[in-house]
Design a binder for this molecule. Sequence first.
Ligand SMILES: O=c1ccn([C@H]2C[C@H](O)[C@@H](CO)O2)c(=O)[nH]1
Ligand SMILES: [Zn+2]
Length: 138
Amino acid sequence: MNTIKDTIQFAMNARKKAYTPYSHFKVGACLVAKNGQIFTGCNIENAGYSSTNCAERTAFFKAVSEGVQEFDSITIIGGSEKKGIQDFCPPCGVCLQVMMEFCDPEKFQIILAKSNEEYQIYTLKDLLPHGFGRANLS
Ligand SMILES: O=c1ccn([C@H]2C[C@H](O)[C@@H](CO)O2)c(=O)[nH]1
Ligand SMILES: [Zn+2]
């Protein structure tokens, strides 16, 4: 069983792998699956800026591509290369939409961390209150 502090540590380590030659803003994420598996991710930038992949989506796409589709939480830590972690780093709209696809908005936890001790816990519904999901297509 991973504690929140464990997931922060995983996210911090994943952040070290971020490929950010353009923004120099490095993000790490630790996605926890319902089966206990951990999938980490970092942001991966691209000269065609819009081809950039966020840390959160890297973690989700790693998991789904490995056959895992049910999740409990994601822990995120981000900050500039120079200044380090100055603030909480919430997921962008695109990543929230990907979370909508695979997670229960009322249960899935999004943990924003600044350090081992300092973090905030939200649900997906908190950050995307009226999200569009599969149910809207029926
Ligand atoms: O929650 C976030 C916010 C931003 N980024 C990345 C995208 C880009 O590489 C850089 C600056 O936006 O940070 C993430 O990976 N996750
Ligand atoms: Zn994003």
